[in-house]
Design a protein around this ligand. Structure first.
Ligand code: PLP
Length: 355
């Protein structure tokens, strides 16, 4: 089976070998307060910051999921309220989770094909601004210009869900304060861990909020990570695997270039073959998750036929669950796999025309 599911998604081919190495090395039985573990954690964070070009003064923590990051932000960074700017299911879910904790969220939804622009007047003082960089549910992205603009014009802490783009494209780190991603998407790793990257400004705000009531409070997590330890017994295997993958992958500039070339090629291929792209506005089309819309019956036929040929297409998500499919354009997917899916889609396109 080859999978184009946008999370959990295809892991790097080398992960099988890394799993065996992890077992043989003994590190996954090591105590997480041991020198051996701490050295591994230090090196992993160092390598990740270099490969992803994370600014020196940003800190990296490993937590359990993107969902946990929603909770951490709500508990540890929100002074009074948060503003959620979203156009799809994940951004909305983030707001819903936050609301359960903080009871004070504001929303600023935008349209699928809309180029997001900042309306400063909707942002209140001290409000944490929450944005989904790449909306996995509908295949849209927010532009770098938006982040540059918001950074220039607002002093607020900005938190970004980059779950389906981090490690796949270059992120404008300096223009936001909290970036996070689960590892089962562009990192090409098994689920069960997330990377959280925070700026000095976010840390300053966490200190001001002073929240230390939870096992995953940001300040408590930070105290531990500054010593290359973790607040609770961590996913050591996950950390081992991300360390291996961060050694293996090229620098993010190179990955970004390849991701964007592949995305362009996917979009033109699909249009050329008569598939209807969910996102009409080219400027907001995601580079990492491609959404295709069709009639419900046709989607079912395509998914079933694909499966018979050993190809898993991503289901639609949220509102468009039955009327779309998604194709992950994640770095772990190789050229042969892409060629196989293309050959299938080209054949299926002809079939409709002839029947
Ligand atoms: C997949 C995804 C999540 C959820 O990740 P979990 O690992 O299940 O917590 C959150 N946000 C976005 C944008 C996602 O793509």
């Amino acid at each position: 089976m080859i999978t184009f599911y946008p999370g959990p998604s295809k892991v790097y081919d080398e992960v099988g070998q890394y799993l065996q190495e992890a077992f043989e090395s003994g590190v996954i039985s090591a105590n997480h307060r041991s020198q051996e573990f701490m050295q591994m954690l230090e090196k992993t964070i160092h390598d990740l910051k270099i490969k992803l070009a994370v600014p020196d003064d940003y800190e990296v923590y490993f937590v359990s999921s993107a969902t946990e990051c929603w909770e951490i932000i709500a508990q540890s960074l929100i002074v009074e309220s948060s503003l959620h700017i979203y156009n799809g299911a994940f951004g909305e879910k983030w707001m819903d989770y936050t609301n359960k904790i903080s009871r004070n969220t504001a929303e600023s939804p935008f349209e699928l094909n809309e180029v997001l622009v900042l309306h400063e007047s909707v942002v209140r003082k001290n409000e944490v601004v929450c944005i989904t960089h790449n909306e996995t549910s509908n295949g849209t992205k927010v532009s770098d210009d938006f982040f540059a603009n918001i950074r220039k014009r607002l002093p607020n802490v900005i938190a970004v869900d980059a779950t389906s783009s981090m490690a796949g494209v270059i992120l404008p780190w300096e223009n936001a304060d909290v970036w996070y991603a689960s590892v089962q998407k562009c990192f090409g790793l098994p689920a069960g861990m997330a990377v959280m990257i925070v700026s000095p400004r976010a840390i300053q705000q966490a200190v001001m909020v002073g929240e230390r009531k939870h096992y995953n409070s940001l300040l408590f997590t930070r105290d531990n990570f500054l010593k290359f330890q973790t607040p609770y017994t961590p996913n050591t295997l996950g950390i081992y695997l991300i360390s291996k993958v961060m050694q293996q992958v090229p620098a993010i500039a190179e990955v970004d270039f390849r991701t964007k070339e592949r995305a362009k090629s996917w979009y033109s291929f699909l249009e050329h073959n008569g598939y209807q792209l969910m996102v009409e506005n080219e400027a907001v089309r995601s580079d990492t998750v491609i959404a295709v819309r069709d009639a419900k019956e046709r989607i079912a036929v395509l998914k079933k036929a694909a499966k018979q040929e050993g190809i898993i297409l991503g289901n639609g998500y949220g509102k468009e669950k039955d009327t779309s499919f998604r194709i992950a354009n994640f770095p772990a997917i190789n050229d042969n796999e892409i060629a196989t899916l293309r050959e299938f889609l080209a054949r299926m396109a002809l079939k409709t025309v002839n029947e």
